[in-house]
Design a binder for this molecule. Structure first.
Ligand SMILES: [Zn+2]
Length: 235
């Protein structure tokens, strides 16, 4: 197998709603914060890890192609409930495995898609600096939300927990590399990646999507410098 070409896909991830990407409390040193946003350790600016973007794209496409497992679970009373779990496909040969990488140890198929961490655009950086200078407010807001019991979905009485988020209208730079090998159908893989990009707009990025976080629009998309949009991407 021979590497024939490396395509470059660039664009902007524009937040239509607030975005929450969970970071670790330890790595950013905010002791009281329950749900910090991931920030770069040196610049303290928020970013979206490439793995978050890629993971969401993969999960969306596994659903579309039915490449996930349905696991039957039994509760303590022996009652069976069907739960759809999104375990990554391990076949090593389908479009999902080719594009996003196979979890199988035996697979000799290299990951075609590489997604870089997405950092703030220069515009978004400048905007944040201006607001900080003008009002002294940290734009990466903290919002208090009622804690939800993960199993039952019921609100846990009383306690509001802080959630740190990136406000809507923030933009991040998207950059991906798509490797094409001599055995690949390039058009097929590019169409698949475009479909996966569109799926990001149809779902969300980051955490708490069911609560309205992470709705995005992809802007200024380019494939090797040539503009393209997702309007023509079919279901
Ligand atoms: Zn597969």
């Amino acid at each position: 197998m021979k590497l024939m070409k490396i395509n470059k896909i660039t664009g902007e991830i524009f937040c239509l709603s607030n975005l929450h990407i969970g970071g670790s409390k330890d790595s950013i040193g905010i002791g009281f914060m329950d749900n910090p946003v991931i920030k770069h350790p040196i610049t303290s600016e928020p970013y979206i890890p490439g793995s978050s973007i890629k993971g969401r794209m993969r999960c969306n496409m596994e659903r579309r192609l039915g490449r996930y497992k349905t696991v039957v679970k039994k509760d303590e009373h022996g009652i069976e409930t069907k739960e759809i779990r999104h375990e990554p496909c391990r076949c090593g040969s389908c479009l999902v495995c080719k594009t996003f990488g196979s979890m199988s140890k035996n697979a000799d198929s290299p990951t075609r898609l590489i997604v870089r961490d997405a950092y703030l655009t220069e515009d978004s950086k400048a905007k944040n600096r201006d607001i900080m200078d003008e009002k002294g407010i940290n734009i990466y807001g903290v919002k208090y939300e009622t804690a939800i019991d993960r199993k039952t979905g019921a609100a846990l009485g009383g306690s509001l927990r802080p959630i740190e988020y990136v406000p809507s209208e923030t933009a991040f730079n998207l950059e991906m590399k798509l490797q094409i090998f001599d055995i690949d159908n390039e058009d097929e893989i590019i169409s698949f990646v475009k479909r996966a990009l569109k799926s990001l707009e149809e779902t969300y990025i980051g955490g708490m999507g069911s609560r309205g976080y992470g709705q995005v629009k992809l802007r200024n998309l380019r494939l090797n410098g040539e503009p393209f949009d997702l309007e023509s991407v079919n279901f």
